[in-house]
Design a protein around this ligand. Structure first.
Ligand code: SF4
Length: 352
């Protein structure tokens, strides 16, 4: 049994709802009545990304794809271009996969059902909870790291919040609180408190609508909670990346594999390990390149959620690119091909 002390959660929920109506932020995906497509799109964009960063992407996206049908019809290049800079491109790919399923099987609309939402690509328990409560008024909590932190402090929860059992515990706890409440406001109010008030360090308890209920606040233990056991370390990978230019200054791009990091995106030719200058000829011979001029050498590190790429880059000039490769001009790099940030780090600004 998780170690937390009981709190009057129903009163807490009412205070959160009231606070949301008084101080909730006006955001482009919030409307009355809510637009389910906007709620879904924003929740996917907000995964791993700050609200302020998402707003311009969201506005640009709905201008180009104002509804589910137009999202389903975007070309892959258009889709990734709209997503360029947001990172975690699998989110965009799943968004479109889901849009196509909605067009084929759900009458071009999101299902008003938590389990049905959960079965769609890219929609996990948090997102399904958020969409069904915010867009459809269903009593389904959305528990993410921010909400967990808030609840752990509120209830003086001493166990590791990163453990699966903690999320289950708080989700079940909230389900009973959600019944009979204004659930759209409750979900969004909890999100706002987690994002702006109950901050990871130095929470702003003076602004908190439930400070009088909060046990961590009362016990002066807000900075000691929540308990988070150390995350697993990221996997470190050494890579050699080739920036291969032809005489017309076109940069060689390759479509990445269908699975794994940066799946299906355009990337630079890459080989594992850190190759020295003497070793790159062999690697290039595998691409059918026997003659080249070495232009410069560079390096960069890119951090993903579960991996770190330590990249050594070699910029080369060749007479002509292999026929099955894509050669992108500087203009095409900025207008057509959404090159992931990891690779852009190796390219000098004047070439982008
Ligand atoms: S009183 Fe402080 S610690 Fe407690 S929930 Fe509010 S912001 Fe978080």
């Amino acid at each position: 049994m998780p170690s937390s002390v009981s709190v009057d959660l129903s009163s807490v929920a009412l205070a959160v709802i009231s606070d949301f109506y008084q101080r909730g932020k006006a955001l482009p995906w919030r409307s009355n009545p809510p637009v389910p497509y906007h709620v879904w799109l924003s929740e996917i964009m907000l995964q791993q990304t700050r609200i302020e960063a998402v707003i311009p992407y969201f506005l640009r996206f709905i201008e180009k794809a104002p509804d589910i049908i137009s999202l389903a019809s975007l070309s892959e290049a258009e889709l990734f271009k709209l997503w360029e800079g947001l990172g975690y491109y699998s989110r965009a790919a799943n968004l479109q996969k889901t849009a196509k399923i909605l067009v084929q099987k759900h009458g071009c609309a999101l299902p008003r059902d938590y389990e049905a939402l959960l079965s769609l690509p890219g929609i996990g328990p948090y997102t399904a909870g958020a969409i069904s409560s915010i867009a459809f008024g269903l009593p389904t909590p959305a528990v993410d790291g921010n909400v967990l932190r808030f609840l752990a402090r509120l209830t003086l929860y001493e166990d590791n919040i990163l453990a699966d059992k903690s999320k289950k515990y708080f989700t079940e706890m909230l389900k009973s609180v959600y019944l009979g409440k204004d659930v759209a406001a409750l979900t969004q109010g909890l999100m706002e408190i987690g994002q702006y008030v109950c901050l990871p360090k130095n929470p702003r308890c003076e602004l908190c609508p439930v400070a009088n209920h909060c046990l961590a606040h009362r016990e002066k233990r807000t900075n000691a909670l929540p308990v988070r056991l150390a995350k697993k370390t990221r996997k470190k990978e050494d890579l050699t990346v080739f920036l291969i230019y032809d005489r017309a200054e076109r940069l060689a791009l390759q479509k990445r594999p269908e699975s794994g990091l940066l799946a299906n995106l355009y990337g630079l030719p890459t080989t594992s390990g850190t190759l020295c200058e003497q070793e790159i000829s062999k690697a290039l011979a595998l691409y059918g390149i026997s003659r080249f001029e070495l232009l410069w050498k560079t390096s960069a590190v890119h951090i993903f959620t579960h991996a770190e790429w330590h990249m050594t880059g070699y910029a080369l000039r060749v007479e002509a690119l292999p026929s099955d490769w894509i050669g992108a001009t500087k203009e095409e790099l900025s207008s057509i091909y959404a090159l992931p940030t990891a690779f852009k780090k190796l390219i000098p600004e004047e070439f982008l």
